[in-house]
Design a protein around this ligand. Sequence first.
Ligand SMILES: NC(=O)c1ccc[n+]([C@@H]2O[C@H](COP(=O)([O-])OP(=O)(O)OC[C@H]3O[C@@H](n4cnc5c(N)ncnc54)[C@H](O)[C@@H]3O)[C@@H](O)[C@H]2O)c1
Length: 359
Amino acid sequence: MGNLVEAIASLRGKRVLLTGDTGFKGSWLALWLLEAGAEVYGYALPPLRPEDHFNLLGLRHRLHHCDGDIRDRPQLSQFFQEAQPEFVFHLAAQALVRASYQDPQTTFDTNIGGSVNLLECVRETASVRTLIYVTSDKCYRNQEWLWGYRENDPLGGRDPYSASKAAAEIVFAAYGDSFFATRPDFGYGAVRAGNVIGGGDWSSDRLVPDCFRSLSANQTLLLRHPQATRPWQHVLEPLSGYLTLAIALSEHPKQFSGAWNFGPQAEANRTVAALAQGIIEQWGSGAIAIAPQDSPWHEAGLLHLNCDKAHHQLGWRSRWDFNRTVAETVDWYRAFSTGAAVTHKSIEQIQRYLETVDD
Ligand SMILES: NC(=O)c1ccc[n+]([C@@H]2O[C@H](COP(=O)([O-])OP(=O)(O)OC[C@H]3O[C@@H](n4cnc5c(N)ncnc54)[C@H](O)[C@@H]3O)[C@@H](O)[C@H]2O)c1
């Protein structure tokens, strides 16, 4: 991992296609790839809000972006044919647990059907040599136990989102066994990360965006599940894992193909209340209260990942601890709140992250 800077530099001039580039993680990955000098192609639904990171960074004008639906196989296929990518990162998804309860069908169509479309496009596009397929830590059958989930633990999901991600994993494994294992010079990884936080996320029903919306309006933040524990990690952490894996796969495709966890250090497994409190302390003001339990929907209570495989085989490990993660997140939203140009802030954070990797 010490040579992540060098490894990422090897993407200069490479054709990289990512789905979900208008989203939170996708916009950061697109920026990182552009900074590395890659030729980036993005496919996703249009950004939802003017303040979305994709818009703030002006990504529509910096990469080859197509507004498209992952469920539209002909359009996706056409985009693959135009892009002729060597690397593919699949991030497009209906990514919210509560939205999956409200509209399970869209969640399943997007996260399973859309992923099948993506895999078919990869299958029919000979230029693709490396596939990173993003699912979630929620793909594991949650046993509410203390131990971290390993890549070979059983999959499952009580809520539609988690089930859709577990199903997407099973589909991925079937494509691997049926088609990809014998494809020459082709590497493929399914990647599972924890709860990602950082600047530029404005999704509804996520703690950090809810927090900053409340803070900037001087309102009390209402917490739904204050005692739920999550593996909080800065967005650059899993992205560094995806990039590390992509480069390893491009060099040794068969050795590294398979499933990978990219979670935070164990000390970052904190409660929702602890994260909200940490943000308020860094911000310098704010108050929290417990929301009435108005929802009949189940949300996982305890969940964390064992990342020994990524550590031992890829040399990857999480670099920013909980306090640093909170500090960098608050730093970004503070810059945004003062009207500063966030492109500069986001690039500065990527550079700071790379400096810690080289420590
Ligand atoms: N944010 C997290 O904490 C987290 C944790 C684990 C896994 N993940 C996974 O990481 C990936 C990215 O998550 P995110 O946080 O950036 O989500 P996000 O909601 O910010 O972005 C989702 C992206 O997918 C696109 N998308 C959604 N439906 C689509 C469709 N039908 N057709 C084309 N594009 C579509 C959106 O336009 C957007 O670009 C997802 O696969 C998500 O499940 C996220």
